[in-house]
Design a protein around this ligand. Sequence first.
Ligand SMILES: NC(=O)c1ccc[n+]([C@@H]2O[C@H](COP(=O)([O-])OP(=O)(O)OC[C@H]3O[C@@H](n4cnc5c(N)ncnc54)[C@H](O)[C@@H]3O)[C@@H](O)[C@H]2O)c1
Length: 320
Amino acid sequence: MIELVKGKAAAKIRISTEGHPIVTYLGEEKKDGAVYVEGVGSFSCSAPQGSGRLYNKIAIITGSAQGFGKGIAEEMYANGAYTVIADLNYDMAKEVADSLGDRAFAVKVDVSNEESVAAMIEETALRLGGLDIFVNNAGVAKAGSLTEMELNTFDFVTRINYNAYFLCTKYASEIMKAQFEADNEYYGDIVQVNSKSGLAGSNKNFAYAGSKFGGVGLTQSFALELVPYRIKVNAVCPGNYYEGPLWSDPEKGLFIQYLNAGKVPGAKTVEDVRESYVSKVPMRRGCSPKDVTRAIMYCVEQEYETGQAIPVTGGQIMLK
Ligand SMILES: NC(=O)c1ccc[n+]([C@@H]2O[C@H](COP(=O)([O-])OP(=O)(O)OC[C@H]3O[C@@H](n4cnc5c(N)ncnc54)[C@H](O)[C@@H]3O)[C@@H](O)[C@H]2O)c1
């Protein structure tokens, strides 16, 4: 989506072959409404589509082929955002994008790989003309005690939940900085989908909890660094999404794993395990993608807050 600004040159972004964004002032408007950006090609111009609280915002959601990310992408799309479904699993990401409509497309990305992250950001900027909201959602969970945990498993969790947040913010923020330079009224948003395990320790789940606690430190530090460019950086910290595949998959889900491992004393069925977890939540239910998206939309709409880690836990975690 490229919008021409009447009366002054419209600033748009192109990415150099080294991956650096360059602000370009667009040239003449062609007869058919297309504009030509040197070194990049022709773009057709159209008025922004849709309506809603995120109208005209360009958003990337990583890990959005399933689970929380998919639900967040659906909610953001329904609220008017141009939505990039970025996931390691391209086939499933494409299914999600196709089910949404014209304002969505899929990108294959491995968030732990620098080249792949740079390519995701570049493709988004070139196809949509910029980036307004980056939702850092892709994450993995590998539980295990100190005795069981192997270094390579610990590294795997850290690489995707912690290192990748750095990589994604590094590239996403470059586009947002360039947009700020072109328009000083501009706000960008980076939102990390963290976890309640980023706010309170998690027994025999330290690889995950440690990576998420680290994410809060990155969020606060990125927020301080990026505030001069009006880029807000916040984390949202959901409780457990019991209906999602991570918990409910009949073969690999945590409910069946915990039942088989005897983690919940006395539990004889998956329902017993589920009840034991739900009973820890004052609001007596798990967290949904809609709950998480409401928190993300708060971060986007709120112009006077940055560097926060906001619980979305039905009262299970209360900040001190
Ligand atoms: N499910 C929960 O109960 C829960 C609770 C709190 C926080 N979270 C957080 O929410 C986020 C999403 O969790 P979920 O349960 O929906 O996960 P999920 O396993 O259902 O989905 C994760 C998605 O991320 C993708 N992915 C994995 N590695 C990737 C990589 N290297 N690059 C790109 N994509 C990759 C997967 O293909 C998948 O589509 C995670 O950050 C998780 O820590 C989940």
